[in-house]
Design a protein. Structure first.
Length: 328
């Protein structure tokens, strides 16, 4: 079962979820829910989400629920995006790190150039298939050591929520599958569509920081202080200069304590976080308003159009005008 480019052009972007025995149902549900909620401005679905397995029929999950899957692996040959959720099988991968024959036969259906993504330890399957060789990837932090031993040619980064290297993406754990799906929707259709999906699902459209913030829960300080108030004030004043000293003083902390607490809570420095929020704000304004680029730069806190162009090119890879032309 395969489709030509002309046939694919006449339908919605097809996301195929490849499930295996031992599936975590939440990861399966994440993909269907988020991509299934993405709509155009006219309310039309932007994706078609289908599921396949090694063979049509029942697929065991790691709960008392069994899935009944209609499609076999040939469906992978029709996909524009393939998503591989985790399985309890990943906790005991082959000692040589190789791809079992039945999985190799299934992956052979995937067309060259297809976007392929994994959630949690689904990255073991992508690595075994050779899709991550010499690429940046992540996996759940508890499995990082085993992953490194099996796949030393993969540039593993266990400190991030997800990675994107060429046509291959990986998410660190269960909930970061949400981050990854929203990211792919954002790449495909812009921040406004992704934000609307996030609002409908009642999740943040973008989580700051990386996986490292969840490895060990920071021990609360005796005063129970947090930097959440500073973050809220910063978001309300992104168009204004934001000094680290001022933000720290607002929380009655020294700059050193504030920076340490901020990193523990978000996984990044205050400066990195503010820059990320300004990029998000600029993208939303480019998509949803007709403001000149100079005004977008000012409203997002970049000061000048030149500064906005530099930061947008570095993070998104395009100029403000090109981004607006694509997603407006």
């Amino acid at each position: 079962m395969s489709t030509t480019a002309d046939e694919r052009a006449g339908r919605r972007h097809r996301v195929v979820v490849f499930v295996r025995d031992g599936l975590l149902p939440i990861e399966f549900g994440i993909v269907h829910r988020l991509f299934g909620e993405a709509r155009s401005r006219d309310g039309e679905p932007l994706y078609e989400v289908l599921t396949c397995a090694l063979a049509p029929g029942p697929v065991r999950t790691d709960t008392d629920v069994t899935l009944s899957v209609e499609h076999g692996p040939a469906l992978l040959g029709t996909a524009d995006t393939v998503v591989v959720p985790a399985s309890d099988q990943d906790y005991d991968p082959p000692a040589d790190g190789g791809l079992p024959r039945h999985l190799a036969d299934a992956f052979a259906h995937i067309r060259p150039g297809t976007r392929v993504a994994s959630i949690c330890t689904g990255s073991f399957v992508l690595a075994a298939a050779g899709l991550l060789e010499n690429r940046r990837a992540t996996t759940h932090w508890k499995s990082a050591d085993a992953f490194r031993r099996l796949y030393p040619d993969v540039h593993l980064d266990p400190g991030v929520l997800y990675t994107h290297d060429g046509p291959v993406l990986t998410a660190a754990g269960v909930a970061s599958g949400i981050d990854l799906c929203l990211y792919m929707i954002r790449v495909d259709h812009g921040a406004s569509v992704a934000n609307e999906v996030a609002r409908g699902t009642v999740v943040p459209p973008h989580r700051s920081g990386g996986q490292a913030q969840f490895v060990t829960t920071p021990v609360p300080e005796a005063d129970g202080a947090s930097t959440s108030g500073a973050r809220a004030r910063a978001l309300a004043r992104l168009d204004q200069p934001l000094s680290l000293r001022e933000l720290a003083a607002g929380e009655s902390m020294s700059v050193r304590t504030f920076t340490r607490r901020f990193r523990a809570e978000t996984g990044m420095s205050p400066t990195q976080w503010i820059l990320e929020q300004r990029i998000i704000r600029a993208r939303e304004l480019l998509e949803n308003t007709d403001l000149p680029v100079d005004d977008v730069a000012g409203a997002a806190g970049f000061g000048t159009a030149t500064s906005l162009r530099q930061h947008l090119a570095r993070t998104v890879g395009v100029s403000p005008s090109a981004y607006r032309a694509t997603f407006r």
